[in-house]
Design a protein around this ligand. Structure first.
Ligand code: HEC
Length: 175
């Protein structure tokens, strides 16, 4: 139970407090630096751009919300110690040809992005294995590892929306 409590606290920090902090920073920044609007107005934000079109960006965020729903389902199943449910929920983050295709697509103009996405899914595979083996302790460890892949990508990348033409031009120049 103790582990679950710790996990819940960590999740709370991850899901609510950190985004709020980011929001607060952005808010004060927009006050302080209104002159530089449209430029890199937050010097403490060193995240790299993941270049995509508006449609790709919306699709990516939808996928992300799905990932968070999966995490929520995982933690609910853990509270019940229901290994079948834990496995089923973990499968929503696991590797699949569809996931691979999606990560390749989203990262096609951003070296390193796809790789980080794939690490999330292969780490989630180990989560599925732990559920299959009904090993709660290992499951908790693997969930922690999985969440770290979320947070490390979030601190590395942020979306940058480009027109289709600009994105294509950028991809051609990468080759
Ligand atoms: C390969 C990189 C990567 C990984 C891995 C990743 N994310 Fe994201 N996520 C992003 C990016 C980029 C954004 C957009 C951030 C921005 O532009 O400020 C985002 C945004 C989000 C959002 C906000 C969605 C919205 O509608 O605004 C949620 C929620 C989220 N991610 C959850 C997760 C969870 C949960 C995981 C792990 C299970 C995860 N992400 C793993 C890159 C990633």
């Amino acid at each position: 139970m103790n582990i679950l409590l710790k996990l819940k606290t960590a999740l709370l920090v991850f899901l609510f407090i950190l985004p709020l902090q980011g929001w607060a920073e952005g808010y004060s920044n927009s006050f302080l630096h209104t002159k530089h609007k449209g430029h890199k107005d937050n010097s403490s934000d060193s995240r790299r751009p993941v270049r995509m079109t508006k449609e790709m960006g919306e699709h990516q965020l939808k996928n992300m919300r799905g990932h968070l729903e999966a995490v929520s389902a995982i933690v609910s199943a853990m509270a019940l110690k229901d290994f079948k449910k834990m496995e089923k929920a973990a499968l929503r983050l696991a590797s699949s040809p569809k996931m691979k295709m999606m990560c390749n697509h989203m990262g096609n103009a951003t070296p390193g992005f796809t790789k980080m996405g794939l690490v999330l899914h292969t780490t989630a595979d180990t989560l599925v294995q732990a559920a299959k083996k009904k090993n709660y302790k290992v499951f908790v460890k693997k969930l922690s590892a999985t969440l770290k892949t979320c947070t490390s990508c979030h601190s590395t990348f942020k979306q940058k929306i480009l027109s289709k033409k600009a994105l294509h031009k950028y991809i051609m120049q990468l080759k």
